[in-house]
Design a protein around this ligand. Structure first.
Ligand code: DGI
Ligand code: FE
Ligand code: FE
Ligand code: FE
Length: 187
């Protein structure tokens, strides 16, 4: 099954995005092993998380409305924030994924959300630190990821929020909820 998924993704994504997906898969499996959660789920979620990355803004908005997301506001301006939820929709429809934990981790991989599961955190962090990534502060985040996943979550969310502020973009409510959830429960 995972071979079919991999082949299909390779055909759908740009070579760079495909390599990123393999990186997220491998990093997610390492983190799953370390923190003791299902490695197969981590592999599948890591592999497919960006399956909706190639969709047009129009299609992202259309799918979002179809699954009941209010698109007025931030998503009109930044439809790319919807590639997680749209990815969940495609994972069900095109990749026949039914596992709710996998689907949820794809849904919230860009912003995070409240009550993130261990698998959600693993996919969020693996997406951030996989070997093809490079940005200032990455090494610190990589170390944190293998020491304390919640510390890594806070670092990653803070980094994203700073980045979004510097670009004068809106902060997604889910990003705020994710950060408050981590701070409230783990610090
Ligand atoms: O799809 P990837 O590039 O692998 O990574 P991703 O799905 O984590 O998306 C990262 C992008 O999402 C990054 O450019 C910052 C953006 N992002 C995350 N949270 C927010 C945000 N952008 C805005 N405007 N607001 C947010 O709250
Ligand atoms: Fe993504
Ligand atoms: Fe991410
Ligand atoms: Fe990604």
């Amino acid at each position: 099954m995972i071979n079919d998924i991999t082949e299909k993704l390779k055909a759908m994504l740009s070579p760079k995005r495909y390599m990123h997906s393999l990186g997220v898969r491998d990093t997610a499996v390492k983190l799953a092993k370390l923190y003791g959660t299902d490695e197969d789920k981590a592999a599948i979620a890591g592999l497919i998380h960006d399956c909706a990355k190639g969709l047009s803004d129009e299609l992202l908005l259309k799918i979002a409305r179809e699954i009941g997301i209010e698109t007025q506001g931030i998503y009109e301006k930044q439809p790319e924030l919807l590639h997680g939820p749209a990815g969940t929709y495609m994972a069900k429809k095109d990749f026949k994924i039914e596992d709710e934990e996998i689907l949820h981790s794809i849904m919230c991989h860009t912003t995070g959300c409240e009550n993130m599961s261990l698998l959600d955190k693993i996919i969020y962090i693996a997406d951030y630190i996989e070997p093809n990534r490079s940005f200032p502060g990455l090494e610190e985040l990589r170390k944190a990821a293998f020491r304390d996943i919640d510390e890594a979550m806070l670092l990653a969310l803070d980094n994203t929020i700073k980045h979004v502020i510097n670009k004068k973009q809106m902060i997604d409510i889910q990003t705020i909820k994710a950060r408050n959830y981590i701070l409230y429960n783990y610090f």
